[in-house]
Ligand binder design. Sequence first.
Ligand SMILES: Cc1cc2nc3c(=O)[nH]c(=O)nc-3n(C[C@H](O)[C@H](O)[C@H](O)COP(=O)(O)OP(=O)(O)OC[C@H]3O[C@@H](n4cnc5c(N)ncnc54)[C@H](O)[C@@H]3O)c2cc1C
Length: 454
Amino acid sequence: LGKEGLVIVGGVAAGLAAAMEARRASPEMPIKVFERTGDISYGACGLPYVVAGLIPSLESLILHTPEYFREQHGIEVRTGCEALELLPSKSVVRVRMHVEKREVGYDALILATGAAALCPPLPGHELEGVFVLRHMRDGRRLLRFIEETRPRTCAVVGAGYIGLEMAEAFRARGLRATLVESSETVMSALGGRARDIVAEEMRAHGVEVIFGERVVGFESNAAGRVARVLTGSGRAFEADLVSIGVGVRPEVALARDAGLEIGESGAILTDERQRTSAPGVYAAGDCCEVLHRVSGRRVWHPLGQPAVRQGWVAGANAASSDVSVEARYAGVVGTTVVKVFGLEAARTGLSLEEARSAGFDAAEVESESASRAGYYPGASKIYTRLVTDRTGRLLGAQMVGREGVAQRVDVYAAALHAGMKVEELERLDLAYAPPFAPTIDPIIRAAHAAMKKS
Ligand SMILES: Cc1cc2nc3c(=O)[nH]c(=O)nc-3n(C[C@H](O)[C@H](O)[C@H](O)COP(=O)(O)OP(=O)(O)OC[C@H]3O[C@@H](n4cnc5c(N)ncnc54)[C@H](O)[C@@H]3O)c2cc1C
């Protein structure tokens, strides 16, 4: 690259992964990272555990400071610096650094602008005590509110993985918690028995769980703080604090205004080298879409690990004019795992509904198996649901259990990545010893059940 070097917009997972990879590829190139908030390089995934009190402070989530990047890697990271406009035809980005506006040239640019939490504009959503959780500053506001007002009751809106984690966090703080979800599922695709197991666990830990009901507004108390949540069926319940976890949207304003192509999912369209439709402009992380290897569609899959890996790919390609650089992002299979009190709930690939809407002639089969040898103390049940097509190709897996789920789901993720059939899964030589698995591992048992059905 030339003397302008690489400019990166966004200083969290994807942006800083890209900066470090670009530095590895090019030891001398100027690299600038612009971040509009005051926070960089932190693990947003840890926020619920700070709220729970398990992790002592928000500062524990910070990996590195701007000084670290400057002194150790010669990367200039500017906080409080917002990219306002991107002009790809001039290779310039207009930025505001605190109050001053200026134009910054670049040889290559990476958009790592992430996503923003959705807050539906319901009556009362702007009341004090109603929160979304996405960035460090959200965590700071929420913790300050808890310190200052000592809430006794809370409502969590949305049973996505963040909603589940937040309900648990509030219970750990001693709040009475109600979780309201408008659909009949948790984590957007866990339905039926898997959903029931998760809901039973939450209820056993004191969370009131309401499915199929929509929150329609919030009411305040005399102090102007949120006090009640209203639902579509006319129900009203008390909540001194509300945490909204109904999803996120990609931050694409810069890209869209600059004329970059936006995909059907609403996120920035990139190729496997993370190149956007504008020459010299790359995108990585929660702001862009990815290839779903099972459906073959380009989807939006905003999660931490894909964000870092897309950052590596964008950084390597942006730093090198050598077209033989083989940095490519292989795509996702849609793997997620969440801890819900004493449970591990995970999914990978497509649910039955998703598989059918992607055009597969799909079926599903459920099975239950022990987590350890029957005679070994402490065994519990692992519930599995496999989705396959008529040829026996694995399309998706969902698992819930008290142990052995978070790692096992990765076997399914690897199988999906490789396009394996259930009969191939059933032949795998998996680890066995009584404390860790029954002689026939739950994965083999589930594959066996799916083979018999197909
Ligand atoms: C509570 C919570 C729990 C999570 N748990 C998990 C988990 O368990 N597993 C998992 O895989 N993922 C999890 N995630 C998701 C994960 O944190 C995100 O996928 C990841 O942070 C995405 O990184 P990113 O760099 O693409 O985007 P972001 O983290 O959103 O960072 C983008 C940055 O760009 C900045 N920016 C945007 N526009 C501009 C601009 N114009 N100028 C300057 N700066 C700009 C933003 O301020 C932001 O700091 C969780 C997220 C949250 C909030």
